[in-house]
Design a protein around this ligand. Structure first.
Ligand SMILES: Nc1ncnc2c1ncn2[C@@H]1O[C@H](COP(=O)(O)OP(=O)(O)OP(=O)(O)O)[C@@H](O)[C@H]1O
Length: 233
């Protein structure tokens, strides 16, 4: 079963000025798909298009797996200045209609995991960049969705937080959640992704497993993802 199927013919910010073209891929239940490509290639535009945040989209996007469809973890934290971490978490819980017992249980686990228990009643404007990013992850993980769309998670997180995040993501994948992860950190992407979608200049230039991508890039059987990326872009 696919938790996400994307068939975008065209999408962009202004009418008749498409930024991406012919972008098609899927994310199966339990799969992690790495969305990779150079700066300005169209990764964020693809993510915005599939989340329904762009007006000029031609094509179809289908979410599978029933309720609690999708959690989006943005690269730039989105936060309310006058709300504490705990209040942000409560807001997310109410948006996703979690009942209070489930909310408290998950909220406690997530605060513990990301070592933010001491910070729950603080305003996030006083948090470091990494702490703000952890806050976005906590909020994203709370509803236990079928699909996670995660934008560049590795840049602000320290090694310990990265490991905790990946551990949690793996647990979620075992439960059947799929993940679409946009990133520039290719060695990590290579290690954790089941498949890749490589975007360049607004369109998909390669896709599939690492072996598929190596073949499409005419790279050798041991070539790292970085070399394939370089060859294809
Ligand atoms: N709000 C916007 N309005 C108009 N054009 C935009 C807007 N945001 C991005 N673009 C254009 O869309 C193209 C693709 O940008 P996009 O942000 O999707 O790239 P990206 O692959 O996410 O890059 P990066 O790795 O740098 O984040 C670029 O040419 C960019 O200038």
């Amino acid at each position: 079963m696919n938790v996400l199927t994307v068939n975008i013919a065209e999408a962009g910010y202004e009418q008749d000025k498409p930024v991406i073209r012919d972008v098609s891929f899927y994310v199966g239940a339990g799969e992690l798909v790495g969305l990779i490509g150079p700066n300005g290639a169209g990764k964020s535009t693809t993510v915005k298009a599939l989340l329904g945040l762009l007006r000029n989209v031609k094509g179809d996007v289908a979410f599978g797996g029933g309720e609690r469809r999708c959690a989006y973890v943005p690269e730039q934290p989105v936060l309310y200045e006058y709300m504490t971490l705990w209040e942000h978490m409560q807001l997310a819980a109410s948006v996703h209609e979690l009942d209070d017992r489930v909310f408290r249980e998950r909220a406690g686990e997530l605060l513990r995991l990301f070592r933010m228990e001491q910070d729950r009643d603080r305003l996030p404007t006083g948090f470091s960049k990494g702490m703000q990013q952890k806050m976005m992850l906590i909020i994203g993980f709370m509803p236990k969705p079928n699909l996670y769309v995660v934008d560049e998670p590795f840049v602000g997180l320290d090694p310990r937080a990265t490991k905790d995040f990946l551990t949690l993501l793996n647990e979620e994948r075992k439960r059947g959640a799929g993940v679409l992860m946009s990133t520039h950190v290719l060695d990590t992407a290579e290690r954790i992704s089941d498949r890749f979608v490589l975007i360049n200049d607004g369109t998909v230039v390669a896709g599939g497993t690492l072996a598929d991508v190596r073949e499409q890039a005419r790279c050798g059987a041991d070539a790292p993802l970085f070399d394939c990326f370089y060859a294809l872009t």
